[in-house]
Design a protein around this ligand. Sequence first.
Ligand code: NAI
Length: 272
Amino acid sequence: MAYNLLKGKRGIITGALDPNSIAWKVAERVYEEGGSFVLTNAPLAMRMGKINELAAACKAEIVPADATSIEDLTQLFEKSVQILGGKIDFILHSIGMSPNIRKSRPYEDLNYEWFMKTLDISALSLHKMLHVADKTDSLNEGGSVVALSYIAAQRVFPDYTDMAQAKATLESIARSFGQVLGQKKKVRVNTISQSPTMTTAGQGIDGFDAFFTYADKMSPLGNAPAEACADYCVSLFSDLTRHVTMQNLMHDGGFSSVGISQGIVDAISPKS
Ligand code: NAI
Protein backbone atom coordinates (compact mmCIF):
# COMPACT_ATOMS: atom_id res chain seq x y z
CA MET A 1 0.00 0.00 0.00
CA ALA A 2 1.31 3.48 -0.82
CA TYR A 3 0.59 6.67 1.16
CA ASN A 4 2.37 9.34 -0.91
CA LEU A 5 4.71 9.86 2.03
CA LEU A 6 7.55 11.09 -0.17
CA LYS A 7 5.62 13.17 -2.68
CA GLY A 8 7.83 16.01 -3.95
CA LYS A 9 10.97 14.71 -2.22
CA ARG A 10 14.23 14.26 -4.10
CA GLY A 11 17.00 11.88 -3.19
CA ILE A 12 20.08 9.82 -3.95
CA ILE A 13 20.02 6.02 -3.57
CA THR A 14 23.36 4.18 -3.54
CA GLY A 15 24.06 0.45 -3.64
CA ALA A 16 21.38 -1.10 -5.88
CA LEU A 17 23.29 -3.89 -7.63
CA ASP A 18 20.62 -6.49 -8.40
CA PRO A 19 17.02 -7.21 -7.35
CA ASN A 20 18.24 -8.80 -4.09
CA SER A 21 20.00 -5.60 -2.97
CA ILE A 22 18.35 -3.85 -0.05
CA ALA A 23 18.80 -0.58 -1.97
CA TRP A 24 16.85 -2.02 -4.91
CA LYS A 25 13.82 -2.62 -2.67
CA VAL A 26 14.21 0.84 -1.14
CA ALA A 27 14.21 2.42 -4.60
CA GLU A 28 11.02 0.58 -5.55
CA ARG A 29 9.24 1.64 -2.33
CA VAL A 30 10.42 5.24 -2.54
CA TYR A 31 9.14 5.41 -6.10
CA GLU A 32 5.76 4.02 -4.99
CA GLU A 33 5.61 6.72 -2.31
CA GLY A 34 6.07 9.47 -4.87
CA GLY A 35 9.77 10.27 -4.32
CA SER A 36 12.12 10.99 -7.21
CA PHE A 37 15.78 10.07 -7.07
CA VAL A 38 19.09 9.49 -8.78
CA LEU A 39 20.58 5.99 -8.60
CA THR A 40 24.31 5.58 -8.15
CA ASN A 41 26.82 2.79 -7.80
CA ALA A 42 30.53 2.17 -8.37
CA PRO A 43 31.34 2.19 -12.10
CA LEU A 44 32.53 -1.44 -12.01
CA ALA A 45 29.43 -2.68 -10.17
CA MET A 46 27.23 -0.93 -12.71
CA ARG A 47 28.71 -2.98 -15.51
CA MET A 48 28.06 -6.22 -13.62
CA GLY A 49 24.67 -5.35 -12.16
CA LYS A 50 21.21 -4.70 -13.51
CA ILE A 51 20.75 -1.13 -12.34
CA ASN A 52 19.46 -0.03 -15.77
CA GLU A 53 16.33 -2.15 -15.30
CA LEU A 54 15.64 -0.49 -11.96
CA ALA A 55 16.27 2.97 -13.39
CA ALA A 56 13.73 2.36 -16.17
CA ALA A 57 11.12 1.04 -13.73
CA CYS A 58 11.55 4.03 -11.37
CA LYS A 59 12.06 6.69 -14.06
CA ALA A 60 15.41 7.46 -12.44
CA GLU A 61 18.69 8.60 -13.94
CA ILE A 62 21.97 6.91 -13.05
CA VAL A 63 25.11 8.79 -12.06
CA PRO A 64 28.07 6.43 -11.53
CA ALA A 65 30.30 7.27 -8.56
CA ASP A 66 32.93 5.47 -6.56
CA ALA A 67 31.85 6.38 -3.02
CA THR A 68 35.49 6.68 -1.91
CA SER A 69 36.25 9.41 -4.47
CA ILE A 70 35.60 13.03 -3.48
CA GLU A 71 35.73 13.97 -7.16
CA ASP A 72 33.07 11.39 -8.12
CA LEU A 73 30.89 12.37 -5.16
CA THR A 74 31.12 16.06 -6.02
CA GLN A 75 29.89 15.27 -9.53
CA LEU A 76 27.17 13.03 -8.09
CA PHE A 77 25.72 15.78 -5.90
CA GLU A 78 26.06 18.53 -8.50
CA LYS A 79 24.46 16.41 -11.23
CA SER A 80 21.72 15.08 -8.94
CA VAL A 81 20.58 18.57 -7.92
CA GLN A 82 20.51 19.50 -11.60
CA ILE A 83 18.68 16.35 -12.76
CA LEU A 84 16.11 16.44 -9.95
CA GLY A 85 15.58 20.19 -10.21
CA GLY A 86 16.29 21.01 -6.58
CA LYS A 87 18.21 20.16 -3.43
CA ILE A 88 18.36 16.67 -1.92
CA ASP A 89 15.83 15.61 0.74
CA PHE A 90 17.00 12.05 1.35
CA ILE A 91 20.09 9.87 0.93
CA LEU A 92 20.40 6.10 1.28
CA HIS A 93 23.93 4.87 2.03
CA SER A 94 23.81 1.14 1.22
CA ILE A 95 27.47 0.38 0.54
CA GLY A 96 29.67 -2.35 1.97
CA MET A 97 32.69 -4.34 0.84
CA SER A 98 35.62 -6.02 2.55
CA PRO A 99 38.50 -7.44 0.49
CA ASN A 100 39.55 -9.40 3.61
CA ILE A 101 36.15 -11.12 3.70
CA ARG A 102 36.18 -11.68 -0.04
CA LYS A 103 39.53 -13.43 0.28
CA SER A 104 38.57 -15.29 3.50
CA ARG A 105 41.37 -13.80 5.63
CA PRO A 106 40.98 -14.81 9.30
CA TYR A 107 40.60 -11.94 11.79
CA GLU A 108 44.01 -12.52 13.39
CA ASP A 109 45.73 -12.30 10.00
CA LEU A 110 44.10 -9.37 8.18
CA ASN A 111 45.80 -7.64 5.29
CA TYR A 112 46.04 -4.01 6.50
CA GLU A 113 45.87 -2.42 3.09
CA TRP A 114 42.61 -4.27 2.53
CA PHE A 115 41.46 -3.30 6.04
CA MET A 116 41.89 0.36 5.06
CA LYS A 117 39.89 -0.34 1.91
CA THR A 118 37.10 -1.93 3.94
CA LEU A 119 36.93 1.15 6.17
CA ASP A 120 37.13 3.57 3.26
CA ILE A 121 34.39 1.88 1.21
CA SER A 122 32.06 0.79 4.00
CA ALA A 123 32.36 3.63 6.53
CA LEU A 124 34.38 6.70 5.48
CA SER A 125 32.28 6.86 2.31
CA LEU A 126 29.39 8.09 4.49
CA HIS A 127 31.62 10.85 5.86
CA LYS A 128 32.78 11.73 2.36
CA MET A 129 29.21 11.83 1.02
CA LEU A 130 27.99 14.13 3.76
CA HIS A 131 31.11 16.27 3.59
CA VAL A 132 30.56 16.79 -0.14
CA ALA A 133 26.79 17.28 0.27
CA ASP A 134 27.47 20.01 2.83
CA LYS A 135 30.27 21.65 0.84
CA THR A 136 28.24 21.81 -2.34
CA ASP A 137 25.21 23.00 -0.32
CA SER A 138 23.14 20.20 -1.87
CA LEU A 139 20.96 19.28 1.14
CA ASN A 140 17.50 20.60 1.77
CA GLU A 141 16.37 21.84 5.19
CA GLY A 142 14.73 18.94 7.11
CA GLY A 143 16.33 16.22 4.96
CA SER A 144 17.07 12.67 6.06
CA VAL A 145 20.09 10.41 5.65
CA VAL A 146 19.97 6.65 6.33
CA ALA A 147 22.94 4.27 6.28
CA LEU A 148 22.63 0.50 6.65
CA SER A 149 24.50 -1.21 9.47
CA TYR A 150 24.69 -4.57 11.20
CA ILE A 151 24.73 -5.69 14.85
CA ALA A 152 28.33 -6.86 14.44
CA ALA A 153 29.13 -3.21 15.32
CA GLN A 154 28.23 -4.09 18.93
CA ARG A 155 28.68 -7.89 19.14
CA VAL A 156 31.15 -10.32 17.67
CA PHE A 157 30.20 -12.63 14.82
CA PRO A 158 32.80 -15.01 13.36
CA ASP A 159 33.85 -14.28 9.78
CA TYR A 160 32.45 -10.72 9.81
CA THR A 161 36.08 -9.71 10.58
CA ASP A 162 36.95 -6.09 9.63
CA MET A 163 33.38 -5.26 8.61
CA ALA A 164 32.61 -5.16 12.35
CA GLN A 165 34.98 -2.21 12.73
CA ALA A 166 33.59 -0.63 9.57
CA LYS A 167 30.04 -0.79 10.93
CA ALA A 168 31.08 0.61 14.33
CA THR A 169 32.77 3.50 12.51
CA LEU A 170 29.78 4.00 10.22
CA GLU A 171 27.42 4.31 13.20
CA SER A 172 29.77 6.74 14.91
CA ILE A 173 30.05 8.90 11.78
CA ALA A 174 26.24 8.98 11.55
CA ARG A 175 26.04 10.33 15.12
CA SER A 176 28.76 12.94 14.63
CA PHE A 177 27.40 14.18 11.31
CA GLY A 178 23.89 14.07 12.77
CA GLN A 179 24.92 16.75 15.23
CA VAL A 180 26.55 18.94 12.58
CA LEU A 181 23.78 18.68 9.99
CA GLY A 182 21.00 18.83 12.57
CA GLN A 183 22.27 22.16 13.85
CA LYS A 184 22.94 23.53 10.39
CA LYS A 185 19.89 22.35 8.47
CA LYS A 186 17.67 20.15 10.65
CA VAL A 187 18.93 17.20 8.57
CA ARG A 188 18.58 13.82 10.33
CA VAL A 189 21.27 11.15 10.12
CA ASN A 190 20.49 7.62 11.32
CA THR A 191 21.69 4.07 10.80
CA ILE A 192 19.39 1.07 10.46
CA SER A 193 20.84 -2.11 11.91
CA GLN A 194 19.31 -4.68 9.60
CA SER A 195 18.75 -8.44 10.04
CA PRO A 196 20.88 -10.79 7.95
CA THR A 197 19.48 -10.55 4.43
CA MET A 198 20.10 -12.78 1.39
CA THR A 199 22.02 -10.38 -0.88
CA THR A 200 25.32 -10.46 -2.77
CA ALA A 201 27.16 -8.72 0.10
CA GLY A 202 25.46 -10.88 2.75
CA GLN A 203 26.08 -14.19 1.06
CA GLY A 204 29.73 -13.28 0.53
CA ILE A 205 30.34 -13.95 4.25
CA ASP A 206 31.44 -17.48 5.19
CA GLY A 207 28.81 -19.20 7.31
CA PHE A 208 26.14 -16.66 6.30
CA ASP A 209 23.42 -19.33 6.15
CA ALA A 210 24.07 -20.13 9.81
CA PHE A 211 23.96 -16.39 10.79
CA PHE A 212 20.71 -16.10 8.90
CA THR A 213 18.99 -19.15 10.38
CA TYR A 214 20.23 -18.48 13.92
CA ALA A 215 18.99 -14.86 13.84
CA ASP A 216 15.68 -16.02 12.41
CA LYS A 217 15.21 -18.57 15.21
CA MET A 218 16.22 -16.03 17.88
CA SER A 219 13.92 -13.21 16.73
CA PRO A 220 10.30 -13.26 17.92
CA LEU A 221 9.24 -11.69 14.61
CA GLY A 222 11.77 -13.62 12.53
CA ASN A 223 14.41 -11.89 10.38
CA ALA A 224 13.31 -8.60 8.85
CA PRO A 225 13.30 -9.00 5.06
CA ALA A 226 14.68 -6.39 2.66
CA GLU A 227 11.14 -5.27 1.77
CA ALA A 228 10.44 -4.40 5.41
CA CYS A 229 13.76 -2.55 5.58
CA ALA A 230 12.59 -0.54 2.58
CA ASP A 231 9.38 0.37 4.43
CA TYR A 232 11.43 1.50 7.42
CA CYS A 233 13.65 3.63 5.18
CA VAL A 234 10.55 5.27 3.67
CA SER A 235 9.32 6.16 7.16
CA LEU A 236 12.70 7.67 8.01
CA PHE A 237 12.82 9.68 4.79
CA SER A 238 9.31 10.98 5.46
CA ASP A 239 8.37 13.97 7.62
CA LEU A 240 6.72 11.60 10.13
CA THR A 241 10.12 10.96 11.75
CA ARG A 242 11.44 14.53 11.60
CA HIS A 243 12.76 14.46 15.18
CA VAL A 244 14.55 11.11 14.96
CA THR A 245 18.28 11.59 14.53
CA MET A 246 21.72 10.26 15.56
CA GLN A 247 20.23 6.83 16.29
CA ASN A 248 21.24 3.31 15.46
CA LEU A 249 17.79 1.82 14.87
CA MET A 250 17.43 -1.93 15.26
CA HIS A 251 15.43 -3.48 12.44
CA ASP A 252 15.90 -7.08 13.40
CA GLY A 253 12.59 -8.67 14.45
CA GLY A 254 13.65 -8.32 18.10
CA PHE A 255 16.95 -10.25 17.77
CA SER A 256 19.05 -7.72 19.72
CA SER A 257 16.88 -7.98 22.87
CA VAL A 258 16.73 -11.76 23.09
CA GLY A 259 19.00 -13.88 25.32
CA ILE A 260 17.81 -17.23 24.05
CA SER A 261 14.61 -18.29 22.31
CA GLN A 262 12.50 -21.41 22.65
CA GLY A 263 13.44 -22.33 19.08
CA ILE A 264 17.14 -22.40 19.97
CA VAL A 265 16.47 -24.26 23.25
CA ASP A 266 14.52 -26.89 21.33
CA ALA A 267 17.24 -27.16 18.69
CA ILE A 268 19.92 -27.77 21.36
CA SER A 269 17.88 -29.94 23.75
CA PRO A 270 15.04 -31.50 21.81
CA LYS A 271 12.17 -32.71 24.00
CA SER A 272 12.05 -36.51 23.92
P1 NAI B 1 24.66 -5.60 -2.11
O1 NAI B 1 25.88 -6.38 -2.46
O2 NAI B 1 23.48 -5.75 -2.97
O3 NAI B 1 25.02 -4.04 -1.96
C1 NAI B 1 26.31 -3.54 -1.63
C2 NAI B 1 26.57 -2.40 -2.59
O4 NAI B 1 27.78 -1.69 -2.30
C3 NAI B 1 26.70 -2.92 -4.04
O5 NAI B 1 25.72 -2.31 -4.85
C4 NAI B 1 28.08 -2.47 -4.42
O6 NAI B 1 28.24 -2.22 -5.79
C5 NAI B 1 28.25 -1.23 -3.55
N1 NAI B 1 29.64 -0.76 -3.50
C6 NAI B 1 30.74 -1.50 -3.20
N2 NAI B 1 31.84 -0.73 -3.32
C7 NAI B 1 31.44 0.51 -3.69
C8 NAI B 1 32.11 1.74 -3.96
N3 NAI B 1 33.43 1.86 -3.88
N4 NAI B 1 31.35 2.82 -4.32
C9 NAI B 1 30.00 2.74 -4.42
N5 NAI B 1 29.32 1.60 -4.16
C10 NAI B 1 30.03 0.51 -3.81
O7 NAI B 1 24.31 -6.07 -0.61
P2 NAI B 1 23.32 -5.48 0.50
O8 NAI B 1 23.21 -6.56 1.50
O9 NAI B 1 22.11 -4.91 -0.11
O10 NAI B 1 24.20 -4.33 1.19
C11 NAI B 1 23.76 -3.02 1.38
C12 NAI B 1 24.16 -2.53 2.77
O11 NAI B 1 23.41 -3.25 3.75
C13 NAI B 1 25.64 -2.72 3.12
O12 NAI B 1 26.09 -1.61 3.85
C14 NAI B 1 25.59 -3.95 3.99
O13 NAI B 1 26.71 -4.05 4.85
C15 NAI B 1 24.31 -3.66 4.77
N6 NAI B 1 23.74 -4.78 5.49
C16 NAI B 1 23.53 -5.98 4.85
C17 NAI B 1 23.05 -7.06 5.56
C18 NAI B 1 22.90 -8.38 4.90
O14 NAI B 1 22.79 -9.41 5.61
N7 NAI B 1 22.84 -8.44 3.58
C19 NAI B 1 22.71 -6.98 7.01
C20 NAI B 1 22.93 -5.66 7.57
C21 NAI B 1 23.43 -4.61 6.82
